[in-house]
Design a protein around this ligand. Sequence first.
Ligand SMILES: [Zn+2]
Length: 473
Amino acid sequence: MSTLIKNGAIITAADTFQADILIEQGQIALLGQSLEVDGAEIVDASGKLVMPGGVDPHTHLELPFFRTVSSDDFYTGHRAAAFGGTTCHIDFANQRKGESLHEALAKWRQLAEGKAALDYATHVSITDLRPSVLDEIPSLLDEGVTSLKLFLSYKDMYMLPDGDILKVMAVAAELGMMVLVHAENGDVVDMLTRQFVAAGKLSPEYHALSHPAWSETEATLRAIALSSVADVPLYVVHITCAGAVDQVSYGRARGLPVMGETCPQYLFFTADDLRRPDGAKFICSPPVRTKADNAYLWEALADGRIQAVGTDHCPFLFDGTKPLMYDGEEYRSPGKESGGGDFSKTPNGMHGIEDRMLMLWTYGVGAGRFSANRFVALTATNPAKIFGLYPRKGTIAVGSDADLAIWNPEARKTVSAATHHTRADHNVYEGMALVGLPEKVFVRGELLVDGENWYGRRGNGRFLHRQPNAPVL
Ligand SMILES: [Zn+2]
């Protein structure tokens, strides 16, 4: 069966043009003016924008964390993503202490199997570097995994010492793999957290105070310096502050293959939000910072100092003592309340997989901060390129998967937990206005979202094998 999307304005990272799109066997078969195809199902996109579905390079579905698990699984998270115009994502298979990387990957794949409605891939996080773990890195390529995540923070949990980071980077460099880093200084965070807890300073704002911007700035430069020694491409995840942006710029200005990502929460919120009565909703790591940092990040997205927007999607219920009705079923899971008012015990994380493109469209493109083409680059094309999914994903071109979102630029909505699709009992953007929304979302040519209707199916999503030696943007 073929589908013909007619009369839409196509927006890619490079171009805006009027054309029809013919979809055959899940791929874009033809782009052209006034196409006529016998028997094709016609989708009229007059007055609408047709964009590549979003690629979210940073999510944590069903992540076990802080004695609970993030509240979106591979089905609910995919459903939420699709309603937000995102059609593909890259999650993290996190190695636990004592585990091999392949065990971590197999466990993670089991979680996704049978649930996924979107296509998906994974990075592998290394948290316990034994010689046997170093030896198994090359065989991850056979599993289609081309990127490794390392932590400079979460001491005694995920953090690796610099020597181990360098060892992994050297192996990754030889294999054409990309290294991702969580860049905060784990010793700084550990010491400050202990001090605040000992002093009885437990409220959410101390989460931000125990994760200062200088700790992120220092760790970002350290990671860049180590990556230059190992000569490996580096992707700094969830940049929150001006100092870290400047370190990425410093490296890039010296020709280093360094790229940076920020997330919507760092564009909209500040440590003041942690002082709200519901401040625990805003606890994420690294923390939300200042208005000046928000503004600096918006500018860095517009002028190219930052290359991608991910979400670090890792939602928890605000009040997990109450069941949440989701899609006709009761859902229960310990949430932010499980920290008992102690920031150091509160699950870190925020939702974003559904909100990312919606918020960036209205408050990025709509507010005149950057063009629609830049929006596509930041949310789809660049993540696909950086992580070896391009041109299969992340663009509109003949031969690409027909992962498309048809946006109505006039549609309006107010963000609300009452109407969102994320499995969470709150939305941090509650009450904010959206102008311009995806109306129809396709994955490999199949209609998943049509207005408020959901046609996605469990198990239809495919695991994506990626290629190493992806370009550095
Ligand atoms: Zn993350």
